[in-house]
Design a protein around this ligand. Structure first.
Ligand code: FE
Length: 341
C-alpha cells in the first residue's frame, strides 16, 4: 500500500483515543529539520484527526536552534523536530526544551531513546553501518574498531568530521572505549582513508560502488533509498553493495534517532504534547519511519520490508542516545586534533 493510501485509511476515531477531545482545536508550531514529503502527509493526518493545524518551518538544525534562541521568550515555536541525538542534546544543553510528562510517551518510547528528564523523545531509528563493494574481497572487518586496522589502508571513504552523524558515532566510541583509545582510532581511520572526506552519505555509497574506495560508512536509510529508487542506475549502485553490521558479537551496531521535544516557551504546549503522542502512535510510527526507510522507535510496530531485506534482525547498541549525544563536542575535538578533516 502506498504511504498516501495508508494515511488515507487511518481511522480518525483511533487517533482520537490518544488525543483528548478537549485539545481538539487550535494550532501547533513545528520547527523541523526533516525535509521529507512523507512527514508533511503525516502532519496533515494529525490535523485531520484532531483539528489542530500544524504550522511548519523547515531549516537546518543549527539554524533552527539559533532562531529559537534569538526568539527567546517570544518564540512561537512549540516543537523542535530534528535528526540525530547530538542535535537534540545541543538544543537541550541550551535550555530550549521543557520536560514533557506523558505516560503514553514514557511507556511507548524505550528509555534509551528518550532524554532521561523527558526533554525529547525519539520517533525513528537509523543505524550507521559499514558498506563494502561486494567484489572488493574485504574480509575481517567486523567492528567499527577494525576501520583503524592498517589492513584497510587506502580503502575507506567517510564524510567529514563536521558531519553530526560521524560526531555521534565517535561519541559512541568514546562511551565504549574511552577518549585515549578513540583518539588512536581516529588516527588509524584517517590513515586508512582513500580520499579526503567529501560529499554526503549517498556520495560515500556511490564512491564505494564506483571503485573509488572499497569501504564506506553511511546511514541505513540512504542505501534503502537507492534500493527503492525509480532510477535503474541508483538500483545498480545499491546492488553492488554488501552491508556489514558492526559489533554484532559485542555491544551491537550504533543506532541513532530522529526525535522531538516541546520547547520551553511553547505557546501551545498541550497541543505540542498531543502532537508528540500522535507521532508515537502505531499508525504514525509506521508512516513516519517507512516514509524515510527508518525503523520505528516504538517496539513491535511493523516497518518497510526493504529494511528487512537489506539488514534483517541485528544486535543494536542499547546505550542511551543521550550519552553519545552529550559526547559530541569531545568527539569533535578528538576528530579535529587527530587529522579528520
Ligand atoms: Fe540523513
Amino acid at each position: 500500500m502506498s504511504l498516501r493510501r495508508f494515511l488515507g485509511s487511518l481511522s480518525a476515531a483511533a487517533l482520537m483515543t490518544i488525543v483528548p477531545p478537549a485539545l481538539a482545536d487550535g494550532e501547533v508550531n513545528l520547527y523541523t529539520s526533516r525535509h521529507y514529503d512523507s512527514d508533511q502527509v503525516l502532519f496533515a493526518a494529525f490535523t485531520e484527526a484532531t483539528g489542530i493545524t500544524v504550522n511548519v518551518i523547515e531549516d537546518k538544525a543549527g539554524k533552527l536552534i539559533e532562531r529559537i534562541k534569538t526568539e527567546g521568550v517570544n518564540s512561537p515555536a512549540d516543537v523542535f523536530l530534528t535528526v540525530d541525538a547530538s542535535n537534540l542534546m545541543n538544543a537541550a544543553s541550551d535550555g530550549l526544551f521543557q520536560a514533557t510528562s506523558s505516560d503514553s510517551l514514557d511507556s511507548r518510547i524505550p528509555a534509551n531513546l528518550r532524554h532521561p528528564d523527558g526533554l525529547w523523545f525519539a520517533f525513528t531509528k537509523r543505524a550507521r553501518v559499514i558498506m563494502v563493494r561486494e567484489d572488493a574481497g574485504v574480509t575481517g572487518l567486523e567492528r567499527y574498531e577494525d576501520l583503524a586496522d592498517p589492513r584497510f589502508d587506502d580503502m575507506i571513504c567517510i564524510r567529514s568530521s563536521g558531519n553530526i552523524y560521524n560526531q555521534s558515532l565517535v561519541g559512541s566510541l568514546i562511551a565504549a572505549n574511552g577518549e585515549e583509545a578513540t583518539a588512536a582510532w581516529v588516527q588509524g581511520l584517517v590513515a586508512n582513508m582513500a580520499r579526503e572526506p567529501e560529499s554526503n552519505d549517498t556520495g560515500q555509497i556511490r564512491a564505494v560502488a564506483a571503485g573509488e574506495c572499497s569501504i564506506g560508512v553511511a546511514n541505513t536509510y540512504y542505501l534503502a533509498r537507492l534500493t527503492r529508487s525509480d532510477d535503474p542506475a541508483d538500483r545498480a549502485v545499491a546492488a553492488a553493495i554488501d552491508v556489514i553490521l558492526p559489533n554484532q558479537d559485542d555491544r551491537g551496531t550504533h543506532v541513532n534517532i530522529s526525535g522531538a521535544g516541546v520547547l520551553s516557551h511553547a505557546p501551545n504546549a498541550a497541543n505540542a504534547v498531543a502532537f508528540l503522542e500522535f507521532l508515537a502512535s502505531d499508525e504514525a510510527q509506521l508512516a513516519f519511519a517507512d516514509g524515510n526507510n527508518e525503523w520505528p522507535a516504538v517496539e513491535g510496530v511493523a516497518h518497510g520490508s526493504v529494511l528487512d531485506d537489506l539488514y534483517g534482525e541485528f544486535a543494536q547498541d542499547d546505550i542511551s542516545v543521550a550519552t553519545f549525544g552529550a559526547n559530541r563536542s569531545s568527539a569533535l575535538n578528538i576528530m579535529e586534533a587527530n587529522g579528520w578533516k
